[in-house]
Design a protein. Structure first.
Lengths: 292, 760, 165
């Protein structure tokens, strides 16, 4: 433990307005902390630059999941466990529920939050590719009001986001139009649990008469931000899945990503596996298309 | 309470409750960090951040109130500035030169645990760098000398028969080179100690440790204190695996120095990052095999070169090398062999003891090499082993005669049956024709010698005590430490059985050097076998004393025993018996030639690993694992099984998951998030089976088993991978990235070959 | 790091620990783990890694299994916490404790408190867990001694016992 608690403060205003006022008053000073599964690790390692934290774990508006006919709204401080246990999320947004089950063990799922995952902005985060393919929208709030942003515009660079310095993520909303889609995700980590992903893929597609209708592929850990493989999608949409298309897809995906060498893995491995995951997705899609 | 005769009692061989189990499941056990002493300070260590250099200047940041701190440097050492072990070359605190990253230079203590940790960063040290050596190749090139005259801690040469004669006649010569990486012990409880000093009583250290008397000796030398002024007490220890065999002497020395300087108790407990980056790891190894075989795959002779990386100081490298040397030939008959081994220095924190202690390294090579020989000859991995297994009456590479009726063919047969090997091999070959998931099955046959090598046990000269109370309660007095493997339980079982008492009336004293004799270190799989036998003897000694005093007959009940103790103690004051190790008369070892009876007993094993290689992710998963071993006698079925499953799990980690990432001699993935050990979702059901041949030298016929399970899984797994995808790997850990690169290189080679072949 | 930029004061934390009301004075960013171990002297909860990977620090917080090394005590105000010491009153505790003893689920014991908490938590949610459920329920608790096999045995044994009761 390499931080001295005496040098840190944690305030708990207990309501959203008070939190936003603090953020507005001294924006660069405060770091919001929800479940702490990222912040506390940095803190314990002596690597947390912010010494003033605001507790947002106990803000009721941030912990609700609201279901509307056309969308659901997930409060930013909803935990992975809450996501896993929510009927609509697990039924209509299985990629998100699955990603939640991949994030740490049960204890970390009970505390880690979707908003925290987004704000931490690690390209390796498991729940971010699903948000990309589900066309998520984030609501950002501050004393100045609220604004909505397409989630695909939220990450602007490695660990950089569109969040203004006085803003908080209030919720993430997902349109309820993917229930009929084929969905498949796969995470590749160093072990089967408690692993930071080396590569991960979340994908959705519609197939009709053997032809790809709507294809959505997003990957983590292959670029500075979670990446939607738009070029690859464009190349494949409207085509019939056969062996040659799968090879085209593999090459396109490898072309589109920008993996690196780091402490966990290598660029070459990541590229090869990314290609394999896309190929695997298409094979499964084709098989599902046959059953349709 | 019905009394029963000795014949009806079966404590040894039964899964009696773990002696300290209740405390463990209720959270009542006291580990080092659970204890706070009045007036206690917290200590921290300032370490080097270069691999090698001369210390030029030490500066203290002026914003810190250094007057509130206790500061210790090498100048404060009252005795000799070394951690006394074998060669005494490792300083306790670096004074002029540092020889590895994270080498301790300075110690700090403060009442506030957080402040002392932060203060470490407020000490800046400047160095004049010296060229470091980071690989075995650089070290053996000797263009830069970093230790002694030639960077070599130790060498061994074992020769049997006439190796030079075999090459000319040999139909086939098979060569191979094999590598194993460093491995972190990763006990879940980090290293920690508390030290206290007063001029009258001297130094007391309470620690998480395996060998109280190793620490005792090291503190005598460091503090310049006589035997009776050093006291070492082992606390409940949260895992060790060798990682707390020699290292605790270092952290104990640090705490002791701070305690001496401050006059207050001092606790030093590492956090995970420090423990991983600064303490010992398994020695990385490189093995070269060159084997002459006949056309049937029978070994005619060969050469084995085994080299290990010892890090910056000698510590235990010579002993690790010794065990690796002796096990290098596996459970096979070598008509002739030359085994040349060496331990080299590099500028990395010294490597040290880890379960298996050299044998997992050299046996990995041997068992991979057997499969290679099989291929070269054109026979199966099963057959090549059958044709070379040691038989009773034959001699090992050190010319030890196998005197027990071990039937390795039978062991192999049974392991194959338990793993459904033949059917699976056929089925996998068929199934592998399609799909992205390839299955394979591989075997490893091996042995593990228990106890100290050769004359080692004689040198240890272990002494064990048993004490009886007036109420008939019995206490075992040993320095052998419990750290999960079951020392407390097994030794109490043995004593209870020897005395015909209920298990519940036997306790074991906390290892405290002022209370217990030196029964040797808790290492080398020697405790149940060797110390257990001494406990048995000492317990029998208690009975003998009472019988001689006319207080006990031959057949006695617990009540008789109780009454006899009461009378005896009323008359004489105390009742204790001791037993000292006596080397068996027929065990002869030549330290010069490295020949003879290396170990009093070998345990034997055949393991079978079934794997899936996923060609989408290049990951290897172990789907089924059969661990069959002959262990003399199973003293406690649940504990014995636990040793095997735990060891196999660590060895699966060694093979597939646990990679130490080095940068300039420093481990950079020193966190649990990026040093990967298997979780509950990563391991197959590990199926454990035992055979019992007995053992003349061990308690109740037991052989040591603690380290055995570490030797077999890695080669069995890599053999299985080769079976699955036909690519040869010879280096562990075998990560998905390595498998991917191996496949990639293979396909490039195939392309190159086919393009050079061109069209006819 | 500029101390004056962030120095906070200690705060009063009122919460329930093992059924008893406790009031501690602590810095809000002190880890719940340290408050339990130091201020409350409940040393059964252990630190193995300080980064939420090993699960040795697991406790129940408002009925949820959490890694107490990752919870600032300032967030635990008003919470109900159960540690290994307080499990005796839990319905699942006795069979789980017995099971770990019977089946060899505890070797060195350092992961055991966290592992038992995780097992209890699992059995409350899934009284008849499959092996896959057990594996998943314990995936956040690392054990270096057992290789998990006898821990699986223990949890399965405890589940059968618990259902029978």
């Amino acid at each position: 433990m390499r931080a001295d608690p005496a040098e840190y403060s944690l305030v708990s205003p207990g309501n959203l307005q008070a939190v936003l006022s603090l953020l507005a008053g001294e924006p660069a000073r405060w770091l919001p902390i929800a479940g702490g599964t990222d912040v506390m690790v940095l803190y314990s390692a002596g690597k947390l630059p912010n010494q003033n934290l605001i507790n947002i774990w106990n803000i009721p508006e941030l912990r609700q999941i609201e279901v509307f006919p056309d969308r659901i709204r997930i409060g930013a401080a909803c935990t992975y466990t809450a996501l896993r246990e929510h009927e609509i999320v697990s039924r209509e947004f299985p990629l998100l529920a699955t990603a939640a089950s991949w994030t740490g063990g049960i204890a970390n799922q009970n505390r880690g939050t979707l908003g925290g995952n987004i704000a931490n902005a690690s390209p390796a985060a498991d729940s971010l590719p699903p948000l990309l393919v589900y066309d998520a929208e984030v609501t950002l709030i501050s004393v100045r009001g609220e604004r909505r942003l397409a989630y695909r515009d939220f990450h602007t660079g490695y660990k950089k986001t569109a969040l203004a310095v006085d803003e908080l993520i209030r919720d993430i909303s997902l349109p309820r139009r993917f229930a009929g889609y084929f969905s498949h995700a796969r995470k590749v980590g160093a072990r089967n649990a408690q692993a930071i992903s080396k590569v991960c893929l979340a994908g959705l597609a519609q197939i009709a008469g053997g032809m790809i209708r709507d294809l959505r592929l997003a990957m983590g850990s292959v670029a500075p931000v979670p990446l939607r493989l738009k070029d690859t999608e464009r190349m494949l949409t409207g085509k019939k899945i056969d062996a040659s298309l799968i090879e085209t897809a593999r090459k396109a995906a490898v072309n589109e990503i920008r993996p690196i060498d780091d402490i966990r893995s290598t660029a070459r491995y990541r590229a090869a596996v990314a290609g394999n995951l896309v190929a695997e997705f298409l094979e499964k899609l084709a098989a599902a298309g046959m059953d349709a | 309470m019905r009394s029963a005769s000795l014949q009806e009692r079966h404590i040894v061989g039964a899964s009696v409750p773990r002696k300290e189990g209740w405390d463990k499941v209720t959270g009542a056990s006291r580990y080092v960090d659970d204890v706070v002493l009045p007036g206690m300070l917290y200590g921290a260590t300032v370490r080097s951040n270069v691999a090698r250099g001369k210390i030029r200047k030490i500066s203290f940041d002026s914003t810190v109130r250094w007057n509130d701190f206790v500061i210790v440097t090498a100048k404060d050492i009252p005795g000799k500035n070394c951690i006394s072990l074998i060669l005494d070359d490792q300083p306790c605190l670096a004074s002029e030169t540092v020889n590895h990253p994270e080498e301790p230079i300075l110690l700090l203590a403060h009442t506030d645990r957080h402040k002392v940790q932060n203060a470490v960063d407020a000490v800046s040290i400047e160095y004049d760098p010296l060229p470091p050596v980071h690989t075995l190749e650089e070290s053996e090139r000797q263009s830069t000398i970093i230790w002694g005259a030639d960077n070599t801690f130790k060498t061994f040469l074992v020769e049997k028969g006439d190796v030079d004669a075999v090459w000319k006649e040999a139909p086939l010569i098979v060569e191979g080179e094999y590598f194993t990486g460093a491995q972190e012990q990763l006990y879940i409880e980090n290293n920690g100690v508390i030290a206290a000093f007063d001029p009258e009583n001297g130094i007391t250290v309470w620690g998480s440790l395996q060998c109280p008397y190793y620490v005792h000796k090291a503190l005598m030398v460091l503090c310049g204190l006589p035997e009776e002024k050093v006291r070492v007490v082992q606390m409940e220890t949260g895992g060790a695996f060798g990682g707390k065999e020699e290292y605790p002497s270092m952290i104990a020395g640090h705490a002791a120095l701070l305690a001496i300087k401050s006059g207050r108790p001092v606790k030093i407990v590492y956090d995970r990052m420090e423990d991983m980056v600064a303490t010992t790891k398994r020695h990385p190894s490189r093995t070269l095999h060159r084997t002459a075989v006949d056309k049937n795959g029978k070994i005619l002779g060969g050469e084995i070169e085994f080299t290990i990386d010892g890090g910056a100081y000698a510590t235990l490298s010579s002993v690790v090398l010794s065990r690796g040397t002796i096990h290098a030939g596996g459970p096979y008959y070598w008509p002739s062999v030359r085994i040349r081994t060496k331990a080299l220095a590099t500028n990395t924190p010294p490597h040290g003891a880890f379960r298996g202690f050299g044998a997992p390294q050299s046996l990995f090579a041997m068992e991979r090499h057997m499969d290679r020989i099989a291929q070269a000859v054109g026979i199966s991995p099963v057959e090549v082993r059958r044709r070379n297994f040691l038989k009773p009456g034959q001699t090992t590479t050190t010319q030890q005669v196998i005197r027990e009726e071990i039937d390795l063919n039978h062991l192999l047969d049974r392991a194959l049956e338990l793993s459904d090997y033949a059917r699976k091999k056929t089925r996998f070959a068929e199934e592998n024709k399609a799909g992205m998931r390839k299955k394979g099955i591989g075997i490893a046959a091996f042995l593990h010698g228990a106890g100290f090598t050769g004359s080692g046990e004689r040198y240890l000269n272990s002494l064990v005590g048993v004490e009886a109370g007036a109420d008939g309660s019995v206490r075992v007095l040993v320095s052998s430490a419990e750290f999960g493997q079951g020392t407390n339980t097994v030794l109490c079982q043995i004593a209870a059985e020897a005395l015909g008492l209920p298990y519940e009336s036997v306790a074991i004293a906390q290892p405290d050097t002022t209370v217990v004799p030196n029964s040797g270190p808790t290492v080398a799989s020697r405790t149940a076998m060797i110390v257990g036998k001494l406990v048995q003897a000492a317990a029998q000694g208690i009975k003998q004393t009472l019988t001689t005093a006319g207080l006990l007959g031959d057949a006695c009940t617990p009540e008789d025993f109780r009454a006899a103790c009461r009378k005896y103690i009323a008359a004489r004051g105390e009742l204790k018996a001791y037993a000292r190790y006596e080397a068996p008369g027929d065990v002869h070892w030549d330290d010069e030639k490295y020949q003879g009876e290396a170990y009093a007993a070998f345990a034997w094993a055949v393991y079978v690993a079934e794997v899936t290689v996923d060609l989408t992710t290049y990951a290897v998963t172990v789907d089924d694992f059969v661990a069959l071993q002959e262990v003399g006698k199973v003293l406690h079925p649940v504990l014995a099984k636990g040793q095997i499953t735990g060891g196999v799990a660590q060895a699966i980690g060694f093979a597939l998951y646990e990679k130490v990432v080095w940068q300039n001699g420093r481990m950079i993935n020193n966190q649990m998030t990026n040093y990967i050990m298997p979780t509950s979702v990563d391991l197959p059901l590990i199926r454990v089976f035992f055979e019992e041949l007995g053992n003349v030298h061990g308690a109740h016929g037991a052989k040591g088993i603690g380290e055995l399970p570490m030797d077999g899984p890695a080669p069995a797994i890599v053999n299985a991978v080769e079976d699955a995808i036909g690519v040869r790997f010879h280096s562990i850990p075998l990560l998905p990235e390595d498998l991917f690169e191996g496949l990639r290189l293979e396909s490039l080679e195939r392309e190159a070959t086919s393009s050079t072949r061109g069209t006819a | 790091m500029n101390p004056s930029a962030g120095t906070g004061a200690k705060c009063e934390v009122l919460f329930t620990v093992n059924g008893e009301t406790k009031k501690v004075l602590a810095y809000p960013m002190e880890r719940l783990l340290d408050v339990l171990r130091n201020e409350l002297e409940l040393t059964g909860t252990k630190e193995g890694c300080g980064e939420g990977e090993c699960g040795s620090c697991s406790v129940l917080l408002d009925g949820m299994l959490v890694n107490s090394c990752l919870v600032p005590v300032g967030q635990a105000k008003g919470a109900s916490i159960v540690t290994i010491e307080g499990l005796s009153s839990h319905a699942s505790m006795h069979p789980v404790r017995e099971a770990f003893l019977e089946c060899g689920g505890a070797q060195c014991g350092i992961c055991t408190p966290g592992m038992i908490l995780a097992a209890v938590h699992l059995l409350e949610k899934k009284p008849e867990p499959t092996l896959a459920d057990i594996r998943e329920g314990l995936a956040g608790n690392l054990c270096r001694c057992t290789g998990y096999m006898q821990i699986f045995d223990a949890v399965a044994w405890a589940a059968r016992r618990r259902v029978a009761q």
